[in-house]
Design a protein around this ligand. Structure first.
Ligand code: SF4
Length: 330
């Protein structure tokens, strides 16, 4: 199916999230941390879109701002055809039923003094399901759907392993029948042995419930396993976006090449490792022109200007002046 035939669930245009930096006794605004700076992208219904990049590149801020869990500084957001930025507080609360988050840390995201049944029930209460028996029935369905048993509902979070707790988090996220789930590093805190079980559960649920995932991860092997498309972020901006095959088989941006050079090819073959020089610059003072130019091995005079985020063909987008010349280099 080509991109024009797919239904866009989330459409984001020119999104910015700047955090003011306050200085002095008057707390005057001395500048901004440009955590997300002019990002445009679509999420298609039923897909898993991966967001990757080094820590601090803005992945989590982009996901949260896209759902107004953080209020945007500028930009347009459409969710399921609705102008999401125009919603008032009450309408927003209603719309939030359609979107949930699964956090990285299943230990910190469950109230230690609440029983599992109550934890899963809570979103139903908040969203106004008044009938207690109906809530209980739904909670029982959800715990089983997440791979646990109804007898677990009367236990406390500390009685569970990390993988089981993440199943509880997933059951809670499903309570309101959401359309979109942000999975924010959902398996990074888990033992390697249980990671694939949780990833398989997410895939099964997507298949059976038609869910859409925005999947944030620093682990490029996990992203390759689960995502249909991948967006690469660098210093608050998207630098490349494409299908899994376009990114893993034919990445165009030098930053993506450097990130992927760290993971082995299928069959264990190694890519030539590209080591990035220097630290990621501060988003309070991003470099002029191409933001990656201070670390790019291919920097040239042209890189003093901002590269457009252009279509390199078949929906594969890249922000690099030199992508044509560099295509085919690994
Ligand atoms: Fe490197 Fe220039 Fe491309 Fe930026 S625009 S990624 S500095 S080659």
């Amino acid at each position: 199916m080509d991109d024009r035939q797919k239904k866009v669930l989330l459409r984001v245009r020119g999104l910015k999230k700047w955090f003011p930096i306050h200085r002095g006794i008057t707390s005057r605004v001395a500048g901004y941390v440009k955590a997300v700076d002019d990002v445009s992208y679509d999420v298609y219904q039923g897909e898993t879109l991966g967001l990757v990049g080094e820590s601090g590149c803005g992945k989590t801020t982009l996901a949260r701002t896209s759902l107004r869990l953080l209020e945007p500084t500028a930009g347009e957001i459409q969710f399921d055809g609705q102008d999401f930025r125009a919603l008032g507080r009450r309408e927003l609360r209603q719309a939030r039923k359609n979107m949930q988050i699964v956090f990285q840390d299943p230990f910190g995201s469950l109230h230690p003094k609440m029983k599992i049944g109550r934890i899963i029930e809570e979103p139903l209460i908040i969203s106004g399901v008044k009938d207690k028996a109906a809530r209980r029935k739904r909670v029982e369905e959800l715990i089983v759907r997440a791979g646990l048993k109804t007898e677990h509902l009367d236990r406390y979070p500390h009685e569970f392993s990390g993988g089981q707790r993440q199943r509880v988090v997933i059951a809670r996220a499903l309570a309101t029948n959401p359309k979109l789930i942000i999975c924010d590093e959902p398996v990074s805190a888990l033992d390697v042995s249980v990671r694939s079980q949780i990833l398989n559960l997410l895939e099964e649920l997507q298949e059976s419930l038609g869910l859409t995932y925005l999947f944030i991860s620093h682990d490029l092997s996990v992203v390759e396993h689960i995502c249909d498309r991948v967006a690469v972020m660098y210093l608050g901006q998207m630098v490349e976006l494409g299908t899994r095959e376009q990114i893993y088989g034919g990445m165009l941006h030098p930053y993506t090449k450097a990130l992927l050079s760290a993971i082995p090819l299928a069959g264990g073959e190694k890519r030539e490792r590209i080591a990035l020089e220097g630290d990621i610059p501060s988003p309070a003072k991003p470099p002029e022109g191409c933001r990656f130019h201070t670390r790019c091995p291919y920097v040239a005079e042209v890189c003093k200007t901002v590269p457009p985020f252009e279509d390199a063909g078949e929906g594969h987008r890249v922000a690099c002046h030199r992508w044509r010349e560099l295509a085919g280099t690994k």
